[in-house]
Ligand binder design. Structure first.
Ligand code: M6R
Length: 609
């Protein structure tokens, strides 16, 4: 099983640079290996390399290839180790293939093809595809007819780019389940897993529908739908930016993205035109709201649950997308479902969205990529406006999601009559100050370094908080584990005594979030319980609380915000307390020598279930 990014190109001269440009912009889908194939002078030339795309570039420098037609791939492996043999393109003498998705019946197909005499070089499901096409060509099918016939025999999800040896006038592309965009250039045509990959080449993009089969040539594309009928898919003007993503003066994208947050939040809360974005839904008609997402996006949803219930009187369920469909939860007739996704391509979230649509829910999505699959499948789209997020660990997208959700909550509260205009205004005033307090929190370097030293050599850590700080603690734990490889768990502080406190000893750091709110006293007593058992506390709170402690934490991080409307505390604090958590994770990971932008085993966007 693989998830990955694919690109294909045909033009009048040379496609290798375009293929590499496309792959660079798809590395968020995986970086276990990369490869490309070009067809030239009647043969297919392939280059592959393990690890990041730069390794493939080095290989191409040493051993260049030329050609005006080609396909390329960046891989995230789940079936078959990351290795050259398992890297795409997969091939035989006649056909070469790149694939995003999973061929579920590959074992059965492989057994038949092996019986026919085909030999397999890899452990992947994908390799059955070139052999199946070659087998059909051997029985008399033309290349394109063989490719079409082969796809009819595949079960599972796929987006495929298919290149034929000796055929330099066209390649084939098809999709079912996995997304595929077609780029319409000047005497050049492209395919890619998304429009972002195509942005340096063309802004004119169409999207294949499920079951579509396309023949792509230099001057256009012929598409047939799943019934074999010729169809035209509308060409749209993509808004994906062609700008290359640079780190500027920062050492890592994650650090850069953490520091971009004040500007992004300022844009969301204080630029009038953005403030109005998409808040015109009939909130008063919704009986309840299901929020569905994965990872960090799900924690943003869990924080927003507290807000929706408190300020908008709206009952909210929050589910992780990979479980939502299997819960058989009866959904209300006038229910709405909100799908949160940075990438807009997360397969679990997209599948959950389709499930909710079948249950008659109004589909709202909150995405950072406006042309993503999730956005295109929604009734209402709200944009997070964070700009491209490159670091695998989500930071600015998380606080931008919170910002969009905070605005939505206020709009819903007003529409549903649970929030007076006066209180709504007070909340907005507090939110307008968020960029400034977040900016101040970015200069905590000394305290962050001291706290990271406590975590640096640990095997495990707990993160605790109450109320909105519980999901925020889970987000802090996720950040730490994904980039520093320290096991970490987020807990509601009140749950400690129900089991996890058994873990506490002198080697267990406990990161505690204790803002000055109505739950602070309870959180502080949970912290003392940990302290009494020898746990190493890293306490994140305001200066006044930290100066009045009657115990000594292993480290403290002081963040402060004076609120004029104290009832806004749970709305404002998650923005402020996110910052030390992000900095703590990145500093700890850097101290441990980890690659914080491309942590092992992960991909930015998880495009298989
Ligand atoms: O693109 P999405 O927001 O749908 O992605 C969801 C998760 O895969 C993502 O938040 C993941 O947990 C991040 N790596 C966390 O930093």
């Amino acid at each position: 099983m693989i998830m990955c990014g694919i690109v294909g190109a045909i033009n009048g001269s040379r496609v290798v640079n375009e293929l590499l440009d496309g792959l660079k912009r798809l590395e968020y889908r995986g970086y276990d290996s990369a490869g490309l194939a070009v067809s030239h002078n009647n043969s297919i030339l392939i280059r592959k390399a393990e690890g990041a795309l730069s390794n493939l570039e080095t290989k191409l420098d040493l051993s260049p290839v030329e050609g005006r037609i080609g396909i390329a791939h960046t891989r995230w492996a789940t079936h078959g180790e990351p290795s050259i043999a398992n890297a795409h393109p997969h091939r035989n003498d006649r056909v070469s293939v790149v694939h995003n998705g999973i061929i579920e019946n590959y074992e059965e197909l492989r057994a038949c093809l092996e019986a026919e005499g085909f030999t397999f070089q890899s452990q992947t499901d994908t390799e059955v595809v070139p052999h199946l096409i070659a087998s059909l060509m051997a029985s008399g099918f033309s290349p394109e007819a063989a490719a079409l016939e082969a796809t009819k025999r595949l079960q599972g999800a796929y987006a495929l780019g298919i290149l034929f040896e000796g055929e330099e006038e066209f390649f084939c592309a098809t999709r079912k389940g996995s997304p595929l965009a077609i780029g319409h250039g000047e005497e050049a045509m492209f395919i890619a897993s998304d429009a972002i990959a195509l942005a340096p080449m063309t802004q004119r993009v169409s999207y294949l529908e499920n079951g579509d089969f396309a023949i792509v040539s230099q001057n256009g594309v012929c598409v047939r739908d799943e019934n074999g009928t010729a169809v035209e898919r509308p060409v749209e003007q993509s808004r994906a930016s062609a700008e290359s993503h640079e780190k500027g003066s920062y050492s890592h994208f994650m650090i850069k993205e953490i520091h971009e947050q004040p500007d992004i939040l300022n844009h969301v809360f204080n630029v009038p035109v953005q403030k109005k974005q998409n808040c015109n839904m009939a909130y008063e008609d919704f009986e309840s709201l299901s929020i569905v997402a994965c990872g960090t996006s799900c924690y943003a949803g869990q924080i927003a649950r507290y807000w929706f219930e408190r300020y908008a009187g709206l009952r909210v369920d929050v589910d992780i997308a990979s479980e939502y469909r299997y819960r058989h939860s009866p959904l209300p007739q006038k229910g709405a479902a909100l799908f949160i996704s940075q990438s807009g391509e997360t397969a679990d979230t997209l599948a959950a969205l389709e499930h909710a649509r079948l249950q008659g829910q109004t589909i709202i999505s909150l995405v950072n990529v406006p042309e993503s699959s999730i956005a295109r499948a929604s009734d209402h789209v709200i944009q997070t406006l964070a700009g491209p997020e490159i670091g695998v660990a989500s930071t600015k997208a998380f606080t931008a999601q919170l910002a969009a959700l905070a605005r939505l909550v206020i709009a819903a509260g007003i529409a549903r009559g649970t929030l007076s205009i006066r209180d709504a205004r007070a909340l907005k005033v507090e939110l307008s100050r968020v960029p400034e307090i977040v900016s101040a929190a970015l200069s905590l370097n000394g305290q962050i370094r001291a706290a990271a030293s406590v975590l640096q050599n640990s095997q495990s850590a707990l993160f605790i908080g109450r109320g909105v700080n519980w999901p925020l603690a889970c987000e802090g734990a996720l950040k730490l584990k994904e980039i520093s490889y320290i096991h970490a768990e987020g807990l509601g502080a009140g749950e400690l005594k129900h089991g996890p406190i058994a873990l506490v000893d002198g080697n267990l750091p406990v990161v505690a979030l204790a803002p000055p709110d109505e739950l602070q006293e309870k959180t502080l007593s949970n912290i003392k319980e940990v302290q009494a058992r020898g746990g190493q506390i890293i306490l994140i709170s305001d200066e006044r609380t930290l100066s009045g402690l009657d115990f000594e934490p292993a480290a403290t991080i002081a963040v402060s915000a004076e609120l004029d409307a104290p009832f806004a505390s749970d709305l404002v604090m998650p923005f402020l307390y996110s910052i030390p958590l992000q900095l703590l994770a990145s500093e700890t990971a850097l101290k441990r020598g980890c690659d914080i932008d491309k942590p092992r085993n992960l991909a930015k966007s998880v495009t298989v279930e």
